[in-house]
Design a protein around this ligand. Structure first.
Ligand SMILES: [Zn+2]
Length: 1054
């Protein structure tokens, strides 16, 4: 029995116009209440999540509380929260999609004890709005009415607390119904959660910033920015082509002046524009913040401006002017914001002196974000002085058109500025990486494997899986010391004489059920994060280093792909996919496998599995293993040759190997002897990924997760081509094949760095490889450019990539489908998968940025406090790889550092190198040419720097209080630097990088011991962030093959 009602919604638009929307609305006698106290569960039919029975009361937040205090309601400590539909709709209509999505995710999150109650569909809860009643009053009345209904529905057995900001409501309803209390949120926290300090701080901070805002709007300041246009005007404008939609990207080197809008969707095709749109100045940016999706109006051509090409420092002013900008480009102004992508920001409070100079209104403090691209934020706080030496997290609340800066509130302290842990925590927050230890609920789902209670193969699983333990010689080849073995290999001769190649991957999805706590956590993390000195795992170590790790000599579950190959042509005849049980016979390290391949069998003494064997069986087993490695290599060569013919690229790839000592510390990094066996393993993994991609796509053409690598834009190659030309090489970028071939040929026998730099430039020009859902992409776009394959996915590392977990589930579902069995895995729809892919892509970018930023942090800590005038380490050889109008970009092979070296200093003096090649600053001028730059003093002496010239540079650190420190490079001689100790010169970049990490870590630990007392204060924060310390670089290097295809640099602007 349904009753039809009409609900009239009056929505206010940005301009203050009112829209009337009429919705038909059906009332029902029962809607799910999701309470365990429900007297009529059959009628209510609660859907999934139920409130905990272990609470003393339910709490119902009023609409305004949900709008303003959602981040407090997110605290897991708060239990028994009922979100009324009325409140949720208020969020949706007045707070926008991002906030609404947060609320939806909270409701979905199984870890959080809260439910939705659709009060407006319940016939006794629904209240029509009265004539003359304001929307706000009606919303509050509806929520209160629903609270009373709910109380009675639960047979008056559970007290209900409704929290509101509305004083009148507290007066009116406070004592109206026994058992239903109406109090303020502050009052609620004080009485029910007196010890939840973080919630109280947050509450105060939000309250204060709101009061300030209210005061301000009453003061009626003048307008600083134009108002944003109403949504419907923006949408109509985009449709008609008048406006352009895109994501705002601020140039971090010129954050006050330059931002670009990267065109999105239809905009890029319809507008006829090929380039980004320049947004010049803060006014034109109109309160949009880096990352926001904005709507732009193009300015008339006369007002177009060029982008800056000179090197510049980020001090806000236009000092670099005097250097001509490039050609004018499409320039526009922001007229509206479609989506605000605000996140948590790390900021620094002004020093004491600066606070005083900020003057009259000392409660409102301007804080400086760590990220240059984010504008200063006004924070209301009385703690400014206490916070001035710390890195602090804040959130932005609003940015009114009357305010020069956005308003925000204080969230929490990360730690002391300059402290290693605080700086690492900063990098994590800035990349939205949250890595709290795994929770008890998550760990409860984990299998047990202890000496008293060892994990065993389950007889039921044994029946369902193909057992390879007796029939197949399975082994792994990994870097020395590897703990989490994702993948193993096998090869054997079949009865018909054909060969069988097998790739066996850890069966992670056996232990991680869809939508379990651990699954949700892994999905949120999406990847294992590798920082310079530590890593944060995607899965708990009982899986990643134990039960899912395909170690030698133990039974493990695997997902296998096995191919039958023709005995001579290696042509693939058949392929089999399925779940298996394996027992890996050998856990080999690369060097050992290579020695065996080369016929040097004396290495067996280093392979533990060969110890304690009698001579005869040792001989036999060795023969068997050597045959297998040889055969694998042969097959891999064949497969690789096939890809090479299609144009697979070898970009700047793995160049070093890492040696770990017993404690898993990085012991050494040694320039990689190119080991063929490394390529053999990689090729087998690529083959497995490729075949799994084909399989899941065939079975689920509209909802398979795959990986694409679009071909690069030709214009990005112009710098690469120019640079190569300077050395007399021709780079043909027409296809991946021609690019790969011409890069191979661009080799200067006298200077191997040239080829390395060219490959790195090619890498920079590449597009990102991305995950996507096959349902939202045309088949011809599936192509993987770098690997030269038509279909590709990630299947081989489920321990550290969530994409692979999804792919395993898809593969299992595909197998069930083939067997006409029920599909147990609940697969994602195309739309959900697309959203998930976006999330994983985004997390991968965060992983790369955090890795790069942490490496830079260590580099700076390594050089900091060293006297660049006297320390040997501060002087190094550098290679010029790019010419700018006022300087050059230099690569320092010894440390793997890239940076800018100015040829003109702040006083306007230019560099001059005398007969002894030593540099000095003198009055003069610079002249830039295609591949060189000349500095001429007023006395007439001149010096020219060419692309790929070797110069001597001095490395120093430019310290910054608010931002990360940066490496400064200064050319001190136009001649190469000869290190007295030639052995040192041979060492690779990463060898020194590892020493650098070691040295910095050691000195930080020493410093910590010295000031144990001071550190205590924020010890808790440290604990939270140090999940696993220690080994990490080697896995990072494993990833480089893939990373090489990804854009690690910040491509915006420069
Ligand atoms: Zn019920």
């Amino acid at each position: 029995m349904l009753q039809k009602r009409e609900k009239v919604l009056l929505l206010r638009t940005f301009r203050g116009r009112t829209l009337r929307i009429v919705r038909e609305h059906y009332l029902r006698p029962s809607v799910p209440c999701n309470s365990p106290l429900c007297p009529r569960p059959a009628a209510c039919r609660s859907d999934g999540k139920l409130l905990s029975s272990d609470v003393t009361h339910y709490v119902i937040p009023d609409w305004k509380i949900v709008q303003d205090y959602l981040e407090i309601l997110e605290f897991a400590e708060l239990k028994g929260i009922i979100f009324m539909q009325t409140a949720c709709q208020a969020v949706q209509h007045q707070r926008g999609r991002r906030q609404y999505n947060k609320l939806r995710n909270l409701l979905k999150d199984a870890r959080h004890d809260c439910v939705l109650f659709a009060n407006e569909f319940q016939q006794h809860c629904y209240l029509p709005r009265e004539r003359g009643e304001s929307l706000e009053k009606w919303q509050t009345r509806s929520i209160y009415n629903a609270a009373v209904w709910y109380y009675h529905h639960c047979q008056d057995r559970m007290p209900i607390v409704m929290v509101t900001e509305d004083e009148e409501a507290i007066q009116q309803y406070g004592s109206e119904t026994e058992g239903v209390f109406v109090i303020s949120f502050k009052n609620y926290l004080d009485n029910f959660w007196p010890d939840l300090k973080a919630a109280h701080e947050l509450c105060d901070s939000i309250l204060q910033s709101r009061r300030e805002r209210e005061n301000e709007s009453q003061e009626g300041h003048g307008k600083e920015y134009p108002e944003h246009l109403p949504l419907e005007v923006l949408e109509a404008g985009i449709k008609s082509g008048r406006y352009i939609q895109g994501t705002l990207n601020v140039n971090k080197h010129r954050a006050q002046i330059e931002a670009f809008v990267r065109l999105q969707g239809a905009s890029s095709k319809d507008s006829g524009l090929v380039s980004d749109v320049l947004i010049h100045g803060m006014k034109a940016r109109n309160r949009s913040i880096h990352g926001d999706v904005v709507v732009v109006e193009l300015l008339p051509k006369n007002d177009w401006k060029g982008r800056t090409v000179a090197l510049c420092e980020n001090d806000g002013d236009d000092k670099a002017s005097g250097e001509p900008p490039s050609e004018p480009m499409p320039t526009g102004r922001v007229v509206g914001i479609l989506q605000k992508n605000w996140r948590d920001y790390v900021v620094t409070f002004p020093s004491k002196e600066e606070v005083q100079s900020q003057g009259k209104n000392a409660q409102k403090i301007l804080v400086t974000p760590w990220d240059y691209r984010i504008p200063k934020i006004r924070i209301s706080t009385q703690q400014a002085e206490a916070l001035q030496d710390f890195r602090v997290v804040v959130r932005i609340d609003s940015w009114e058109s009357t305010s020069v800066y956005p308003n925000g509130h204080f969230v929490r302290v990360l730690g002391r500025i300059g402290d290693l842990e605080a700086e690492i925590a900063t990098i994590l927050v800035e990349n939205s990486i949250s890595v709290v230890p795994f929770s008890e609920a998550q760990m409860c789902e984990m299998p047990v494997n202890t000496p008293e209670n060892p994990w065993k193969v389950n007889p039921e699983d044994e029946r369902e899986r193909r057992d390879l333990r007796k029939t197949h010689l399975v082994f792994s080849i990994d870097p020395k010391g590897c703990e989490d073995v994702d993948d193993t290999l096998s090869v054997r001769t079949l009865h018909n004489g054909n060969l069988e190649l097998g790739v066996h991957i850890a069966d992670v999805t056996h232990f991680v059920a869809p939508n379990s706590y651990i699954d949700i956590e892994a999905r949120t993390r999406a990847t294992t994060y590798y920082l310079a000195d530590r890593r944060y795992d995607m899965l708990p170590s009982v899986l990643s280093a134990d039960l899912c790790s395909l170690l030698g000599g133990v039974d493990r579950y695997a997902v296998s792909v096995m191919w039958e190959l023709d005995k001579t042509s290696y042509e693939i005849k058949k392929v089999w996919y399925g779940r298996t049980i394996i027992r890996s016979a050998y856990k080999l390290f690369y060097e050992a496998a290579q020695e065996l391949l080369d016929g040097n069998v004396s290495i067996v003494d280093d392979i533990p599995e060969f110890r304690n064997l009698d001579e005869k069986s040792r001989e036999a087993r060795l023969k068997e293993l050597v045959w297998a490695i040889g055969k694998l290599t042969d097959i891999a060569r064949h497969v690789r040759a096939k890809r090479d013919r299609c144009g697979a690229l070898e970009l700047e790839g793995v160049e070093v190997r890492v040696q770990l000592d017993e404690k898993k510390n990085i012991h050494d990094l040694i320039p990689k002897q190119p080991l063929e066996v490394h390529e053999t393993v990689a090729e087998c993994m690529i083959l497995a990924n490729h075949w799994v991609a084909k399989k899941i796509w065939e079975s689920f053409p509209h909802q398979a997760l795959m990986r694409q690598h679009p071909p690069p834009h030709q214009e990005f190659f112009s710098e690469l081509r120019e640079c190569a030309k300077a050395k007399g090489f021709v780079i043909d970028t027409r296809s991946n094949k021609t690019l790969a071939d011409s890069l191979d040929k661009a080799n200067d026998p006298n200077d191997p760095i040239v080829n390395r730099l060219l490959r790195s430039m090619a890498t920079q020009a590449m597009s990102n490889a991305l995950y996507f859902s096959t349902g939202s992409c045309a088949e011809e776009e599936f192509h993987h450019y770098g690997l030269a394959l038509d279909k590709y996915t990630h299947f081989t590392s489920p321990i550290r990539r969530y994409s692979d977990i999804i792919v395993h589930r898809l593969l299992m579902a595909a197998i069930s489908k083939d067997k006409k069995m029920e599909i147990k895995e609940n697969l994602f729809s195309n739309k959900d998968l697309e959203e998930l892919c976006r999330h994983i892509n985004n997390r991968n970018r965060a992983a790369q940025h955090s890795q790069k930023q942490s490496t830079e942090l260590f580099q700076c800590m390594y050089f900091k406090d060293k006297d660049p005038e006297t320390e040997e380490r501060c002087i190094s050889d550098g290679v010029i790889y790019s010419i700018r109008t006022n300087g050059v970009l230099v690569f320092i092979p010894r440390f793997g550092i890239k940076g800018a070296a100015y040829l003109k200093n702040k006083d306007g003096l230019v560099i001059s190198c005398g007969a002894d090649s030593r540099s000095e600053w003198k009055p003069g001028s610079l002249q830039r040419f295609q591949n060189k730059i000349t500095s001429t003093t007023t006395e007439g002496a001149s010096v020219t720097f060419h692309l790929f010239d070797h110069v001597t540079v001095r490395i120093s650190v430019q310290a910054s209080r608010c931002h990360s420190d940066t490496i400064r490079l200064e050319i001190i001689s136009n001649k190469p630097y000869m290190i007295p100790d030639t052995e040192c010169f041979q060492q690779s970049a990463l060898l020194l990088k590892s020493e650098l990490v070691k040295e910095v870590t050691r000195s930080v630990e020493e410093a910590q011991l010295a000031q144990e007392v001071q550190v205590n204060v924020i010890q808790e924060d440290y604990q939270k962030y140090c999940q696993t310390k220690g080994r990490s670089l080697y896995l990072l290097l494993e990833e480089i093959r893939d990373l090489a295809l990804l854009d690690v640099s910040n491509s915006s602007g420069v």
